[in-house]
Every structure is written in structure tokens, then in C-alpha cells.
Design a protein around this ligand. Structure first.
Ligand code: ATP
Length: 138
């Protein structure tokens, strides 16, 4: 059984219950869950891999604009399973290519795309630690 980190982003927290239902129906266990409102500094740290990207300031502003729901999920092949379920980063493409995906249903564009999913075991570990084993963001 593998673990991954899922985030319901500020644009979709009003659909959190609906999304959590889909997570459970897809066979994931929710090992940990918390609501948190990150500061811009904390968002910059979380997305530090993207710090050189042109969209970084906008991404940080978006992710710190309101509360998010963070979930530690477990399932066989959780990382790829969750990434498949959320669909293309660009919600418009998700609507065209994976109409049943979470981003197709709840995302707006390539930034406001409803959810996050870890993209590797190393990042899943780092991200789970970021939210669930540090006191710094309490
Ligand atoms: P995530 O890491 O959130 O699961 P991802 O792996 O599909 O998404 P990344 O390329 O890692 O996408 O980008 C991280 C996040 O940055 C995206 O989910 C999105 O919110 C934002 N983002 C990505 N590309 C763009 C872009 N071209 N313009 C604006 N925002 C973007």
C-alpha cells in the first residue's frame, strides 16, 4: 500500500465533501486530514520546485488565498491512481480528455484546478511530512 498527498485547493473547498466522497468510493483510505490556510511564505516553500516558473507568484497568491483541505491517502499505487483520477493539470484539457476527472468537474483553468496530487514517492513523502509532522504551520 502506497501513500500520497492530496490537496483540495481554495477554489474547490466548497465541494470538499463531494470530492471526499469520490476519494472514498475510489477505494482510498484517508489516513489524515486537516483544513489549513497557508501563508504566502508556506506556499512558496511547498511549491519551491516551481520557484523559477513564470506562474509561481500567481500560484502562491492563489494557494494562499483561502483555506485548503489536505489529505494523506493510502491505496495500492495511490500516487498514480490519484493522479489519474484528478486528470490533466489544465482543467479545460481535462474536460476534453478525461470528462469524469476531478479537475474536469471542479477546475476552471490551468491554475485554478481544484486539486493537487503528489507526483512521485519522494515528493509524496516530503509533502506528507510538510503537513502532518511539523509544528511550524500550527
Ligand atoms: P499539482 O502539482 O498541483 O498536482 P500538476 O503536477 O498537475 O499539479 P504542476 O506542473 O506541478 O502541475 O504545477 C503545479 C500547479 O501550478 C498546478 O496544479 C497549477 O495550479 C499551477 N500551474 C501549473 N501550470 C500553470 C500555468 N501554466 N499557469 C498557471 N498556473 C499553473
Amino acid at each position: 500500500v502506497q501513500r500520497t498527498l492530496a490537496i483540495i485547493k481554495p477554489d474547490a473547498v466548497n465541494k470538499a465533501e463531494e470530492i471526499e466522497d469520490q476519494v472514498l468510493r475510489a477505494g482510498f483510505s484517508i489516513l489524515n486530514k486537516r483544513w489549513v490556510h497557508l501563508s504566502p511564505e508556506q506556499c512558496s516553500e511547498f511549491y519551491s520546485d516551481h520557484s523559477s516558473k513564470i506562474f509561481f507568484p500567481s500560484l502562491v497568491a492563489f494557494m494562499s488565498s483561502g483555506p485548503i483541505v489536505v489529505m494523506e491517502l493510502a491505496k495500492e499505487n495511490a500516487i498514480s491512481s490519484w493522479r489519474n483520477m484528478i486528470g490533466n493539470t489544465n482543467s479545460e484539457k481535462a474536460r476534453a480528455e478525461q470528462p469524469d476527472s476531478i479537475r474536469a468537474k471542479y477546475g476552471r483553468d490551468e491554475q485554478c484546478n481544484a486539486v493537487h496530487g503528489s507526483d512521485s514517492e519522494l515528493n509524496a513523502e516530503r509533502e506528507i511530512r510538510f503537513f502532518f509532522s511539523r509544528s511550524v504551520i500550527e
